[in-house]
Design a protein around this ligand. Structure first.
Ligand SMILES: Nc1nc2c(ncn2[C@@H]2O[C@H](COP(=O)(O)OP(=O)(O)OP(=O)(O)O)[C@@H](O)[C@H]2O)c(=O)[nH]1
Ligand SMILES: [Mg+2]
Length: 186
């Protein structure tokens, strides 16, 4: 890269630096902490259940992400909305390989999405554990599990994104980051 191009890149990084703060929510053991580690380029197989929350800051290009990795156990769920309210988007993770928990995951998702303080926030819904057999492997199936039509009824102007990912194997993580850069509010 020439001197001028480097100077322009530096100027851009100084003046167009974007900061995005995001809460990662979803039931316990769905892979939220694993996802945050994958987005931080620190893939890890062994995680322990998150008690309360962890904060992780990650720089990607000119974007500084601050992830609030929230505990998913039932005792923590009533606090999710407080953390989501300070963020630029809601990232809701579903264990795509646990059909017995889809109904509960959908119930918690709709409860959160309809909170008055959150109705205008962009929503990214992820089916994780896509590497496992019989996990959700299409956006259509994920939309059905999440009940997309009811989410649209809550706020038809809200931006809603869907991806099938594997946090453990690092699959589609780049699409997650790109979606957040494009749609999350700074
Ligand atoms: N096969 C597979 N396992 C995964 C994936 N992501 C996470 N896991 C596993 O799922 C388990 C739970 O992952 P965590 O990231 O701790 O889940 P969490 O959502 O943070 O859980 P809480 O902190 O309790 O809310 C761990 O054993 C992970 O290795 C994935 O994409 N594929
Ligand atoms: Mg966790």
């Amino acid at each position: 890269m020439g001197l001028w191009a480097r100077f322009v890149a530096w100027l851009k990084s100084v003046f167009f630096k974007k900061e995005l703060e995001l809460a990662i929510v979803g039931l316990d053991r769905v892979g939220k902490t694993t996802l945050v580690l994958a987005m931080s380029d620190e893939p890890q197989e062994d995680t322990i259940p998150t008690v309360g929350f962890n904060i992780k800051s990650v720089k990607k290009g000119s974007v500084q992400f601050k992830f609030w990795d929230l505990g998913g156990q039932s005792r923590f769920r009533s606090n999710w909305h407080r953390y989501c309210a300070t963020g630029g988007a809601i990232v809701y993770v579903i264990d795509g390989a646990a059909p017995d928990r889809f109904a509960l995951a959908r119930q918690e998702l709709h409860l959160l999405a309809s909170q008055a303080s959150l109705v205008d926030l962009p929503l990214l819904i992820l089916a994780n554990k896509n590497d496992l057999p019989d996990s959700i492997n299409s956006v259509d199936k994920l939309k059905e599990v999440a009940d997309h039509e009811s989410l649209v009824r809550i706020n038809k102007y809200r931006t809603i994104g869907y991806y099938c990912i594997s946090a453990l194997k690092g699959k589609n993580i780049e699409f997650v980051l790109k979606w957040l850069m494009d749609h999350a509010k700074s």
